[in-house]
Design a protein around this ligand. Structure first.
Ligand SMILES: Nc1ncnc2c1ncn2[C@@H]1O[C@H](COP(=O)(O)OP(=O)(O)OP(=O)(O)O)[C@@H](O)[C@H]1O
Length: 578
């Protein structure tokens, strides 16, 4: 993914520099100060773990310090047992043990969201508190302190070691952010339905977030064991998890500067309160107020600062969006006459589909065919059942009767994300493009495959979207809609269902969409079912049109014929036609 390759983050370089400076000054530093800074570095690792699960994947977890406790206890046990490999191996083992716990907690938590998930993870944290309070820490009885790694045995040297670990984790997280898995986590946070529509398994994504974040927390716990020599259950109390969660939410620890700020706050704020004679427990109150601010402002401090900077930068650049320089000339395909649908093989077939909401039959025995290489329009007045039909076809409404066949194979009973992977892709009426991603990353995620830099640039140019590295939150809504179609088409699925892709478009944008929609079958080998209220767009791009009214098909055929049908005019076009 060479297009997503960037320079090393200045803060990563800064951290490495800090480690070198600290190494040079080893022995000169004040012991207590070094101890506090090491604590801040360890807390930064905890914050990185929150940045993964909550900041990136949007999953509430109140038990990250329990994973840290597991990491710390494994390191303590390995130290006492004299496990070969030394501290480095023990630290990794601690991380891996925490990962196992992360998966075990993540599995039952997959069905939970919001408050329920918070309660479940907090209950786990409390349970682990009780377990660890009852067992002495390995080596506690005979003061068998954890052996730090060679070369990092003094406090100053160990501080350098913790900074190196923090830096390595930052680099790892940055790499993750550049992969489609990283993009998928962000999309899950933004909209689980959109993620599923792009073929992403939300369950797998959340489980990955639990596993990776538990690994990072476990490593953090192991680091703490190395710092303190012997830890106790009190170092990882359930309430500490809650305060760290609140800090993470407030500062936004998915961002590198947020994780560092959060680490400093988590380690130093209680010490500051203590110095001022204020009970340390009150720290959690301050952090909770900060977390509530996030709900009010709609974003963490670092997210808001970053978004503000991006907008300023975009404003300085002047024109938004910036059309990307096209590496290859696009050969425009002529808007052609409607293709003959009679003999074409069906890409999508819907047979006698029925969806009921209580007493209301929203889709009432609809049968239709979208042939390969064709664009079929699906129109009808508001409430006719168009979106409900798309939801059922793509598996977002599982409760329907009838049959859906993709390339002749029945997909009923197949989950939405699996249908998407089989090639039944869709967009939503309400735009669901995550603002946190760059244009390029979104296209990769929506396509469900990794595009080469050249292919990505070409696709963006084709849809006149901004360059791959432009953040989506600096792009206007109409361009985001085009971007969504560009991303979905880039996946070259056999069938694409577009739900009002021209909503909110100006004349110029609709014109571009019109040209691109007409070309999609030839360019991408994709058959399209287009739901649109813009009748001229339907007329100019579709090979055939299906008209729904009160959940039933009232007309089907070539666009000009169908749209001139008096029954259709009466049901739908009415005043607009006259
Ligand atoms: N989840 C739901 N629960 C109950 N009724 C629903 C639900 N979703 C849709 N409906 C009803 O089903 C009918 C069809 O709605 P649907 O959104 O599919 O229509 P539509 O043709 O897409 O309309 P529009 O063009 O306004 O988007 C409407 O009467 C709507 O109120």
């Amino acid at each position: 993914m060479d297009v997503l390759r960037r320079k090393p983050h200045p803060l990563v370089l800064g951290l490495l520099l800090a480690a070198v400076v600290a190494a040079a000054g080893a022995g000169l530093a004040n012991n207590h100060f070094t101890f506090l800074l090491t604590g801040a570095a360890v807390s930064t690792v905890f914050m990185q773990s929150y940045g993964l699960i909550t900041g990136r994947a949007g999953v509430i977890s109140l038990c990250q310090l329990s994973f840290a406790a597991i990491g710390a206890w494994v390191v303590g046990w390995a130290n006492v047992a004299g496990l070969p490999g030394g501290f480095y191996v023990w630290l990794l083992l601690g991380g891996l043990a925490a990962t196992v716990a992360g998966v075990l907690i993540g599995l039952p938590a997959l069905r939970l969201r919001g408050v329920n998930l918070a309660v479940a993870t907090f209950a786990f944290a409390l349970a682990l508190d009780v377990v660890f309070t009852g067992i002495p820490y390995p080596g506690q009885g005979n003061y068998n302190f954890v052996q730090r790694p060679a070369g990092f045995t003094t406090d100053s040297e160990y501080f350098v070691f913790t900074v190196i670990v923090v830096t390595v984790i930052f680099i790892g997280l940055r790499q993750l952010d550049r992969t489609r898995t990283g993009g998928a986590l962000v999309e899950i946070r933004h909209s689980e339905r959109a993620a599923a529509a792009h073929g992403i398994s939300v369950a797998k994504g959340k489980l990955t977030a639990f596993a990776l974040s538990a690994f990072v927390a476990g490593v953090g716990g192991g680091l703490m064991a190395g710092q303190l020599g012997i830890v106790t259950a009190g170092n990882f109390a359930a309430f500490a998890s809650v305060s760290f969660f609140a800090i993470a939410l407030f500062v936004g620890t998915n961002n590198i500067e947020g994780a560092i700020a959060g680490g400093l706050m988590g380690a130093l704020f209680p010490v500051l309160l203590d110095a001022l004679g204020v009970p340390q427990d009150l720290a959690v109150l301050f952090f909770a107020v900060g977390a509530v601010q996030v709900l009010r402002l709609g974003g963490s401090q670092t997210d808001l600062i970053r978004a503000g900077r991006r907008r300023k930068k975009a404003a300085r650049r002047g024109s938004l969006p910036i059309p990307h320089a096209n590496p290859k000339p696009i050969v425009p395909l002529r808007l052609r006459a409607p293709r003959d649908t009679a003999d074409a093989t069906p890409a999508l077939e819907v047979r006698d589909l029925r969806v009921r909401f209580g007493a209301l039959t929203a889709v009432d025995g609809v049968s239709l065919v979208v042939p390969r290489g064709h664009v079929v329009g699906l129109v009808g007045p508001n409430g006719a059942g168009k979106s409900t039909l798309i939801n059922a076809v793509t598996g977002f409404t599982a409760d329907y009767s009838g049959q859906v066949l993709l390339n002749g194979r029945r997909v009923d009973g197949v989950a939405a994300h699996r249908r998407a992977r089989l090639g039944l892709r869709r967009s939503f009426q309400q735009l669901r493009v995550p603002e946190q991603l760059t244009v390029g990353m979104f296209v990769q995620v929506a396509a469900g495959r990794t595009l080469s830099g050249e292919e990505l640039d070409e696709q963006l140019a084709l849809f006149e979207c901004p360059a791959a590295d432009v953040p989506i939150d600096t792009v206007d809504v109409a361009t985001r809609r085009l971007l969504e179609v560009a991303g979905l088409a880039a996946g070259r699925p056999p069938v694409l269902l577009l739900d009002e892709p021209a909503a909110g478009h100006s004349g110029t944008e609709t014109e571009l969409l019109q040209r691109r929609l007409a070309e999609i079958p030839e360019r991408f080998g994709t058959a399209v079912l287009l739901v649109e209220h813009d009748i001229e767009l339907v007329r100019s791009t579709c090979d055939s049109v299906v008209v729904l009214d009160f959940g039933r098909v009232i007309a089907f055929g070539p666009p000009d014929e169908v749209l001139a049908d008096p029954a259709v005019i009466a049901a739908y076009l009415g005043s607009a036609a006259h």
